[in-house]
Design a protein around this ligand. Structure first.
Ligand code: UD1
Ligand code: MG
Length: 454
């Protein structure tokens, strides 16, 4: 039978070292709050119940952590008396009776499902405590795992460790699985007589051992257990996350010429055979369909790029930009909340916002949809196979029909019927010989001035 599991997510920290007006677990990694990454890992590990232990910004943290596939309850830890005290804030949830209790930290966003599953496996094999450890060159500050004959004897915190124990490089990642039937009684036996005067969750190992229980450690990659205490660490975590995500994408068939210059969001979807050139930034909500090319220095957010379409170089797709198959949005163009039909082209220096552009329509260089009157936004609708001449301003609300042609330099304020030509500019006049006359006049004036000066 499947074992039930409650994950307890500790997120009551003050975040002092972040020097921030919000809790650190709300700071984004890959465009979403750190704590949401932790919740995602829990979900990937098939954990259906979570208890959040909250302090600062409780409401916002709860909102960021909530997800549809998990029952999430919240508990406030009003005083910060240590990690064991924090876990006990969720006493009520533990008392509901689960086979497994998994304690995780809200500030370790790089954790994946694998170590969580491994820890639970350790419980299923009959252990009472399974600690997720990691080997590191820099153990300072971490709890050290004291192992004897393969069993975990104790976890010693930095401040309480002997010189000999400080040499241990196998450290506590901070995440542990506890036998759910024994958890409450074990936790309640933890005291606070240590260097920090805190209730250490790590003492649960010695408490369990003293009662003839079994504790072990399972190793996970150091990178997965990286915790975030300040913004310098946040930047390192972001870099690790980006590298991981780019690798996954490349292995799934996405080409990147200079992957280290491409920045992805948590929900970026890129199909096979897409080419991403250097220096491209994906904000949240972007989908790129197969065969598309994103040229260098483009910025995309909330956009869909259709099959075989091309974007950039130097293009900006804002939320609601939706490019059909084989459409093109070229250099120095901005597209916002607009459908660009299949095969349509917006190749140079244009702003297309709140608009529909039909299939195979050509938008000339410098075309602007004037969508805003200072108060409201209005829609520009352009049919299929239309041609908008360069440097036109389309003053919305306005419609240009299928196959219509707008002369370049036009300011279009009235609807243009299908297949019509619209001129919205002054007529050109020619004055023969006038340029020559003017030139001679100017030259004569200049010569006269020079002579007077002497
Ligand atoms: C803890 C572990 C240490 C481990 C390290 C890994 C203990 C006693 N020590 O140390 O062995 O190597 O993590 O990063 O567990 N929290 C609360 N309420 C509290 C105290 C803490 O919610 O009263 C939360 C914090 O917000 C944080 C987590 O628990 O998310 C860990 O607390 P922290 O103070 O960072 O523990 P460390 O000293 O890093
Ligand atoms: Mg810490």
């Amino acid at each position: 039978m499947e074992r039930s599991c409650l994950a307890i997510v500790l997120a009551a920290g003050e975040s002092t070292r972040m020097k921030s007006s919000m809790s650190k677990v709300l700071h984004p990694v890959g465009g979403r709050p750190m704590i949401a990454h932790v919740m995602e890992a829990l979900s990937q590990a098939d954990i259906a119940s979570a208890a959040l232990v909250l302090g600062r910004d409780a409401e916002a943290v709860e909102k960021a952590a909530r997800r549809g596939d998990m029952t999430v309850s919240s508990y406030l830890q009003t005083e910060r008396l240590g990690t064991a005290h924090a876990v006990l804030a969720a006493r009520q949830a533990i008392a509901e009776g689960f086979d497994d209790i998994l304690v995780v930290f809200g500030d370790t966003p790089l954790i994946t499902a694998d170590p969580l599953k491994a820890a639970r496996k350790g419980l299923a094999a009959g252990n009472d405590i399974v600690v997720i450890g990691f080997e590191t060159q820099a153990p300072f500050g971490y709890g050290r795992l004291v192992i004897r004959d393969g069993a975990l004897v104790a976890i010693r915190e930095e401040k309480d460790a002997s010189d000999e124990e400080k040499n241990i490089t196998y450290c506590n990642g901070g995440l542990m699985a506890i036998n759910g039937r024994k958890a409450l009684s074990l936790l309640e036996q933890i005291g606070n007589s240590n260097a920090k005067g805190e209730y250490y969750l790590t003492d649960i190992v010695e408490v369990a051992n003293a009662q003839g229980g079994q504790a072990i450690a399972v190793a996970a990659p150091e990178a997965e257990l990286m915790g975030c205490n300040n913004r310098a660490e946040l930047a390192i975590i972001e870099a690790v996350w980006q590298r991981r995500r780019r690798n996954e994408m490349m292995l799934a068939g996405v080409s990147m010429i200079a992957p280290e210059t491409v920045f992805l969001a948590f929900d970026t979807v890129i199909a096979q055979d897409v080419l991403i050139e250097p220096n491209v930034v994906f904000g949240p909500g972007v989908t790129i369909e197969s065969g598309a090319v994103i040229h260098a220095f483009s910025h995309l957010e909330g956009a869909v790029v259709g099959r075989e379409a091309a974007v950039g170089p130097y293009a900006r797709l804002r939320p609601g930009a939706n490019l059909g198959a084989e459409a093109k949005v070229g250099n120095f163009c901005e597209v916002k909340k607009a459908e660009i039909g299949a095969g349509a082209k917006v190749n140079h220096l244009s702003y297309i916002g709140d608009a529909f552009v039909g299939e195979k329509t050509n938008i000339g260089a410098g075309t602007i949809t004037c969508n805003y009157d200072g108060v409201n936004k209005h829609v520009t609708t352009i049919g299929a196979n239309a041609f908008i001449g360069s440097n036109s301003a389309l003053v919305a609300p306005v419609t240009v029909g299928d196959g219509a042609l707008v002369a370049s330099g036009s300011v279009i304020t009235q609807d243009v019927p299908a297949d019509a030509v619209a001129f919205g500019r002054a007529h050109q006049t020619i004055k023969p010989g006038r340029a020559k006359l003017l030139r001679e006049k100017y030259l004569a004036e200049k010569a006269a001035k020079k002579q007077a000066g002497k």
